[in-house]
Ligand binder design. Structure first.
Ligand code: ZN
Length: 392
């Protein structure tokens, strides 16, 4: 336990932290305010000096902190991008946004940063009435720069009357927090903790997002990559809701953010709903590939054509962030290998590798492109030419 950690129990929180006493003094629920990585053992991160290197965390259970610090290789440095690839600028009708400062390729690593804060999405009932005060205590632990960065974030949930500081903090978190994949709970299909970032929280929503984030525990950083080629000065976008849902479901999910999305899918609800339904009903490509390998009377191009068709449609709708996109690239690659078509395998293989990078922490992805850019890689695959030579 670091010196700066604060444990609070409901019955003593009032005195120590200026909180109102709980009626039930027997309550033993503990809340932990802690810094990760601990300030005394954090490595140099190589980040810009104006970026907070530490995250202030509010955990409802100290087992969460223990699990994080016991993660192999924790804490590692935050991956460094040599040249800054983004700027924060004005986005018409959306306040501020994050923009590309140069052309970017699919899979390119854009930015990594530690959160300013990590806080529970919901508080257990004993703490619910104190949540705004607890959040305030968490923010107060940030450096002055961190506090300013946090308070400058946009918020869309401010109460019209009695707009006090504590309500404002909750509003900023609701508007800018990203659910953390490491705290995802399948039973409720939701994340139990949310993270707020100085710059990443500026990224606006689209149902055709062009970047993805993943949270990497060893470096305790959120990492941002492009899911498709992005032109200089284009705004980066991410999904705030499940983009596989229908227009109506997405519209409802975006209400709390006060967003009326005008992306291609939301502007064409009928067609985009229909496309999503087709995608949902699509033939399982793995099973199709099995039949194709077993039955040589099926057309040689069957799998490549099937996958190429879906890749084209996903490109048209800007849905490269769906895992499906990566699968289609992978099965097109393996089909080209089975046909012994080295050129085609190289094309799909390199695109597959670029898309795969999006789903990997930065340190695991470094060799991926190198492996697939080897033109002879496909010839060494066990499935090379198992479907005979391509004769088209
Ligand atoms: Zn949309």
């Amino acid at each position: 336990m670091a010196d700066s950690d604060i444990y609070m129990q409901a019955h003593d929180a009032a005195d120590a932290n200026g909180l109102v006493s709980l009626p039930d003094s027997e309550n033993q629920v503990k809340i932990l305010l802690t810094t990760l990585p601990a300030r005394d053992n954090a490595p140099t991160t190589g980040l810009d000096l104006d970026t907070d290197d530490y995250t202030e965390c509010l955990f409802l259970d100290d087992a969460i902190r223990d699990k994080i610090v016991k993660t192999p290789n924790f804490p590692q440095s935050v991956p460094h991008v040599i040249e800054k690839l983004f700027r924060i600028g004005s986005s018409p009708g959306k306040g501020l946004g994050m923009f590309a400062t140069q052309d970017i390729e699919m899979g390119d690593f854009i930015h990594a940063a530690r959160p300013l804060i990590i806080v529970p999405v919901k508080f257990v009932k004993e703490w619910h009435i104190f949540q705004e005060k607890l959040l305030f205590l968490c923010i107060k632990r940030l450096s002055l720069e961190g506090q300013v960065a946090f308070m400058n974030l946009t918020h869309s949930h401010i109460p019209m009357n009695g707009c006090d500081r504590n309500h404002q903090i909750k509003a900023i978190i609701s508007t800018n927090g990203f659910g953390m994949n490491i705290f995802y709970e399948p039973e409720s299909d939701s994340c139990t903790y949310s993270a707020v970032y100085k710059d990443i929280s500026r990224i606006n929503h689209s149902c055709s997002p062009n970047v993805q984030i993943i949270f990497d525990v060893p470096s305790f950083s959120c990492q941002l990559r492009a899911v498709r080629p992005i032109k200089k000065d284009t705004e980066f976008t991410i999904q705030y809701t499940d983009i596989f849902q229908s227009y109506e479901e997405r519209k409802k999910a975006l209400v709390p953010y006060q967003i009326e999305c005008t992306c291609m899918s939301c502007s064409n609800p009928k067609e985009s709903n229909q496309f999503r339904e087709e995608l949902r009903q699509a033939v399982d490509v793995k099973a199709l590939r099995g039949s194709w390998l077993a039955d040589t009377s099926l057309p040689g191009d069957l799998i490549v054509e099937h996958c190429s068709g879906w890749i084209r449609k996903l490109d048209q709708w800007g849905l490269q962030s769906l895992e499906r996109y990566r699968y289609y690239l992978w099965y097109a690659y393996t089909a080209a290998v089975a046909l012994g078509d080295a050129e085609l395998a190289h094309k799909f293989g390199t695109n597959f590798a670029r898309r795969l990078l999006v789903d990997l922490p930065q340190d695991q992805g470094v060799d991926t492109i190198k492996i697939y850019s080897d033109r002879d890689k496909c010839r060494k695959e066990p499935g090379w030419r198992i479907r005979g030579e391509r004769t088209v």
